[in-house]
Design a protein around this ligand. Structure first.
Ligand code: GLN
Length: 447
């Protein structure tokens, strides 16, 4: 009830929730009370959580931030959501996001931008802007987001909270509306690394409904938090400490490096030589996959239909013209172009080869070090509208997070200080595939 009141009092200002599920939450809370009284608590019993509006939540509106799905009611739960429920969680509602998770500022939402709780004239980051803002504004204890190129880590950094992108395959994507299927991954946003560990524990693991979810044992993440980090080798990739990095960000990251040195970690200079190509490579692969995934929104199978009454093709056109926003259309066009015959080899196939080189950079780096430390974003949260007219500038804000998705490995974003203007700054730790426990342990030691 306290969280629902808090959401009611703050949501008009922040626009972080797209749907508030009061009835569901109160009935789950009631059940939680009964379980607790009976001494049958599960790890998340009674904990008020919320999820990005990209997760199917049974019998609830699920929009993915798009007008095309503004009347779509999910007929079943995403696996990650089902696992939160099984673990006793209370679900408060669905959180704002860039349309189909395409964006870095939440300004591409069809339902208006979500605002940064630290400064409402600034963006919360994106695409999981609502997931990060809700945690920062105490509208939920923790939330789930998705991360295709930085969408958990970058908003977590801009809102001063912790966000984890697990390894590709660690968490099931079943029931999560697809953007770029070879990059999308589900993960937690919370105030502490410890809370992220608890949420990951609940949602991680194999799911026969997602053939890309991996059948390997899920470690005890909370137990991993207790391990010392003395002797851990942390790499600093020289390609990430570049000109253009905001001076406050640079200072906060340097201070964080000293904290790790003080805790007994060994700091090593490393190189990820193909970093420069990551953004270009990502925007070919992500848009190609998106153009294919979004073909299903045809006015027949899901959500909105606009039918001028002149036949099937006109119905498709009118539905997609009115249903999709500008950025989504731009990406469908880019992706379709990159996949079209004659251009496939030059763009899509080339991007796949570059992706392998980027992945190999990480494989080699992890022969030398246990973790990699970088900034999450080149600047703190930018102003609303600042980058809206310049998509390339917006794409570049993900320069430090995108390589992790291309490599398929895991990354943790955690607060490491404030800018002179009082805005939060985030630190990124990158780990070996399926070594979330090392990230959590190093993040916890820092906090
Ligand atoms: N900002 C990136 C994009 O627009 C990443 C988004 C995401 O991770 N979903 O594609």
């Amino acid at each position: 009830e306290a969280y629902l009141r808090r959401i009611e009092a703050t949501n008009a200002r922040l626009n972080s929730y797209l749907s508030i599920c009061s009835e569901l939450a109160l009935s789950q809370a009631q059940t939680a009370d009964e379980r607790l009284a009976a001494g049958e608590a599960a790890p998340l019993t009674g904990i008020p959580l919320a999820v990005k509006d990209i997760f199917n939540l049974e019998q609830t509106r699920t929009t993915a931030g798009s007008r095309l799905l503004d009347n779509y009611v999910a007929p079943y739960d995403a696996t990650a959501v089902a696992r939160l429920k099984e673990n006793g969680a209370v679900l408060l509602g669905k959180l704002n996001m860039d349309e189909f998770a395409m964006g870095s500022s939440n300004e591409n939402s069809a339902f208006g931008p979500c605002r940064n709780p630290w400064d409402p004239e600034r963006v919360p980051g994106g695409s999981s802007g609502g997931s990060a803002a809700a945690v920062a504004a105490r509208q939920a204890v923790a939330t789930l987001g998705t991360d295709t190129g930085g969408s958990i880590r970058q908003p977590a950094a801009h809102c001063g909270v912790v966000g984890l992108k697990p390894t590709y395959g660690r968490v099931s994507r079943y029931g999560v509306i697809a953007y770029a299927s070879s990059l999308d991954q589900v993960g937690p946003v919370a105030r502490t690394v410890e809370d992220c560990a608890l949420l990951l524990q609940a949602i991680a693991g194999h799911d026969h409904r997602d053939s890309t979810s991996i059948d390997c044992p899920v470690p005890d993440y909370s137990a991993a938090l207790q391990q010392k980090i003395e002797g851990l080798k942390i790499g600093l990739p020289r390609e990430y400490f570049i000109e253009g990095l905001d001076a406050d960000v640079q200072k906060a990251i340097e201070a964080a490096i000293e904290v790790y040195r003080g805790l007994g970690a060994e700091i090593v200079d490393i190189s990820l030589p193909h970093t420069d190509y990551a953004v270009a490579c990502y925007y070919l692969i992500a848009t190609a996959e998106a153009s294919s995934n979004l073909a299903r929104y045809d006015g027949v199978r899901y959500g909105r239909r606009v039918d001028p009454g002149k036949g099937l093709i006109d119905m498709y056109c009118a539905t997609r013209t009115q249903g999709f926003g500008t950025e989504v259309k731009r990406r469908i066009m880019l992706g379709t172009y990159a996949l079209s015959s004659g251009y496939y080899d030059a763009y899509y196939l080339k991007a796949q080869k570059v992706r392998t080189l980027i992945r190999d950079d990480f494989v080699r780096a992890f022969e030398q070090v246990d973790l990699i430390l970088t900034p999450v974003a080149p600047t703190p949260a930018f102003g609303l509208g600042e980058k809206l007219d310049d998509p390339l500038q917006m794409y570049l804000s993900d320069i430090f997070t995108i390589p992790v998705n291309l490599a398929g490995t895991c990354g943790l974003s955690l607060p490491c200080g404030f800018s002179t203007a009082g805005l939060p700054i985030g630190l990124q730790l990158i780990g070996r595939p399926f070594a979330e426990q090392s990230l959590l342990r190093a993040g916890h030691a820092f906090q």
